[in-house]
Design a protein around this ligand. Structure first.
Ligand code: IVH
Length: 700
């Protein structure tokens, strides 16, 4: 900012920053799809805070509240709002050891002693949640929301297997855990929900297959998952939880503070005694030097933790001292409070500088063209990185990334590293702006911009790169699963012009394959047999293999169940497809549009001509008592678990859905059935109890 900046320039700048932050808040908290890294976000927030502090008059002149002190708001449609008993505050992040020393100095001054004990804990990069246990029973889970009220995600959190529904109380006579026997009437326990890398990769692979956008990192996927309306889907994704903080506590602590809980470290021990999942390691130390040493130690260990750890949270250990220093913003709404007794230190993300050797563009099976930076190999976060995504043409232009540039690459939880920015000082004098190809790099057809999106697409139905990827997809494990037909063989068959598309696979003969490999008799025989054996693959596998946009394995199964043959599906009307429970307009239209394309109709005809006759779902479930019926389970059934009930319904040909709609045939309600039961009544859907369900299932 130049010294000559006028107040109105500054006001405009503050307004711009506020808007920009609001846009990123929306993407991060509500859509779980952030566009910038946490580091960049923190920088924006810091810039705004500095500007507002230096120019309070200009900041005050603007309408609306500043996001500087505001906690993001994660509330979304479809959830019940619940007030926290005790507000959920948050902390500003610092990346600077000097600020930690300032934090300590402030506390020394406020408490009049230099001898202060702190806990140093991993800062878990997950989704904040507040759990309530009443008399030892888990009763509720609520998101942070705006800090005062959040969304009720209890049903989703119940799917987390590592979370006990009941707090463990002490075995008699065990002194160490004796205190655990006293269960509070009500306790709010704060923590983070997270997802491990393996699970993140598994789900993203499925997402990719379904032609959906991958999630950027495990945190976003955890945030997106916890906000799914259907707990049955949440249960298929493995979420985990770790707990670290205390909210409300009843009965109110009197003489003995919190029934013997007088510090953060004793609280951690209590969580453990209750068998709740806690951090793998935390430090209890005295003085700020020891705090910094523990943080350095944590940095060395954190990559081995189950949860993503992006920093440390330092807390004054003794609750009595915490109460003395209190909160900044006292007297304001709870969400605006910020504890003076805690400080969050974040590790800078793993970044490295390296040079771009080339920019290549890849063509996917849908025709989407993705630019990738080919890098001089560099060590980053423990692995060698040779490629980084450049996202799309707009991003390359925005960052002005050029071949030959030295760039910063970052890996912040993301699996694929990203190019963050160009180190302009190192740009070669003769560099030229990158020109995104106007034609498909594989087939030369002019690229077209995706409608309403940022991707460039190859629209040539015969593009050999698209064809190659399509055949790979069709033959892959997730689809028709043809043994021995991997990427290399597909490439070989295409290059020898033995196949042009998926249906040609079924026409291959041993004689055609023999010349491809030296003494290839066995190989050729095995491959022909493996392909022939898959003529009768499950119908859903073939449907999945067609690569219809929006149709992953689950949707393919629904289509197979409903239409029972490829030609049946090809002739289905949009209306019939929309009728399928769980199918939105977008998916249905995508299916219809795919079969409307002459080249795709041709493919189906060719598959049938090549005697591909996929196997529809087992007849037993079709003729079953519940064939074609959709049921919703709610509440606790008296003698069946959810899984048992679901299995019985499915065996009878029915389908279990997580949400009640007009298309629901029956709602099976057990004890403590809640909003779904109400909805069923409101929509006039027939409600059964467990006996009613058994009667439906009984052979007639
Ligand atoms: S203490 C009022 N401890 O990071 C004190 N928070 O930047 C704040 N977080 O809002 C909570 N790990 O969502 C605390 N060990 C930890 C944490 C942690 C992650 C989250 C939490 C908090 C934010 C603070």
């Amino acid at each position: 900012m130049s010294a000559a900046a006028t107040p109105s320039d500054i006001t405009a700048q503050i307004a711009r920053l506020r808007t920009e932050i609001a846009v990123h808040d929306e993407r991060y908290y509500r859509q779980a799809r952030p566009e910038i890294s946490d580091f960049d976000y923190d920088q924006l927030k810091r810039a705004l805070a500095d500007l507002e502090a230096a120019h309070p008059a200009e900041a005050a002149a603007l309408f609306g509240a500043s996001p500087v002190r505001r906690v993001g708001d994660d509330r979304s449609e479809g959830f019940t709002r619940v007030k926290h008993h005790f507000g959920m505050t948050t902390l500003d992040n610092t990346y600077d050891a000097g600020e930690l020393r300032d934090f300590h100095a402030r506390l020394v001054k406020a408490l009049g002693t230099g001898d202060l004990a702190y806990t140093v804990e991993p800062k878990i990069d997950g989704v904040a949640v507040s759990l309530t246990y009443e008399n030892g029973h888990f009763t509720r889970a609520v998101t942070r929301g705006d800090g005062e009220e959040g969304d009720d995600i209890t049903a989703n959190v119940r799917t987390i297997r590592s979370l006990p529904a009941l707090l463990a109380s002490a075995p008699a006579g065990d002194d160490l855990f004796a205190a655990a026997a006293e269960l509070p009437q009500l306790i709010e326990i704060r923590g983070e929900i997270f997802m491990r890398d393996e699970e993140f990769r598994r789900i993203n692979a499925a997402q990719d297959e379904a032609g959906e956008l991958p999630y950027a990192n495990p945190r976003n996927l955890a945030a997106g998952t916890i906000k799914l309306i259907d707990p049955a889907i949440v249960a298929t994704r493995k979420l985990e939880i770790v707990l670290y903080g205390l909210g409300a506590y009843e009965p109110a602590p009197e003489a003995e503070p919190l029934g013997g809980l007088d510090s953060q470290s004793s609280f951690q021990a209590r969580l453990r005694a209750w068998s709740l999942p806690v951090v793998e390691k935390f430090w209890l130390v005295r003085g700020v030097d020891a705090v910094l040493a523990s943080i350095a130690e944590l940095d060395g260990l954190r990559r081995g933790f189950a949860y993503p750890t992006d920093g440390a949270v330092v807390k004054l250990d003794v609750f009595a001292q915490q109460r003395v220093v209190g909160y900044r913003g006292e007297g304001q709404a709870a969400r605006k409070l910020s504890p003076r007794w805690a400080c969050a230190y974040k590790f800078a993300p793993d970044r490295a500088q390296t040079r771009i050797l080339a920019i290549t563009v890849q063509v996917g099976r849908t025709g989407a063209v993705t630019p990738v930076a080919e890098l001089e190999p560099v060590l980053l976060a423990g692995s060698t990185v040779k490629r980084a995504t450049l996202h799309n043409a707009d991003e390359i232009a925005r960052k002005d990334v050029r071949v030959g540039d030295t760039v910063l690459v970052e890996k912040a939880g993301e699996i694929i590293p990203a190019v963050i920015e160009v180190v302009l000082a190192k740009r070669p004098a003769d560099s030229a702006a990158y020109v995104f190809p106007s034609d498909c790099p594989a087939c030369g057809t002019p690229l077209a911009r995706e409608e309403g999106g940022v991707k460039w697409m190859c629209v040539n139905a015969d593009c050999h790169e698209k064809t190659r990827r399509r055949i790979e997809h069709f033959a892959s494990k997730a689809c028709v699963d043809i043994d021995g037909l991997g990427e290399e063989i597909v490439e070989l068959l295409l290059s020898k012009k033995l196949i042009r598309g998926v249906s040609d696979l079924f026409l291959l003969t041993q004689a055609q394959l023999l010349p491809l490999k030296k003494s290839g008799e066995v190989w050729a025989g095995n491959l022909v047999n493996a392909i022939a054996a898959r003529r009768t693959a499950d119908l859903w596998r073939v449907i999945h293999g067609l690569g219809i946009p929006q149709v992953g394995a689950a949707a393919a199964k629904d289509l197979a169940r409903r239409f029972r043959s490829l030609d049946g599906l090809a002739e289905a009307t949009l209306n019939e497809i929309i009728q399928i429970d769980g199918f939105g307009e977008k998916t249905a239209e995508s299916v219809r549009a795919w079969f409307n394309q002459p080249s795709n109709r041709m493919l189906v005809a060719e598959l049938l001509a090549a005697r591909v006759s996929p196997t529809p779902p087992a007849a037993s479930s079709v003729g079953g008592a519940l064939a074609g019926k959709t049921l919703v389970l709610t509440g606790t059934l008296s003698s069946l678990s959810r899984e048992e009930a679901q299995a019985m319904i499915e065996t009878a040909g029915g389908k279990v859905s997580g949400s009640v709609s007009k298309k629901t045939h029956y709602v099976v309600a057990g004890e403590e059935a809640g909003s779904k039961l109400e909805k069923a009544r409101a929509l006039g859907v027939e409600v059964l109890d467990e006996t009613g369900l058994r009667a439906l299932l009984a052979p007639r």
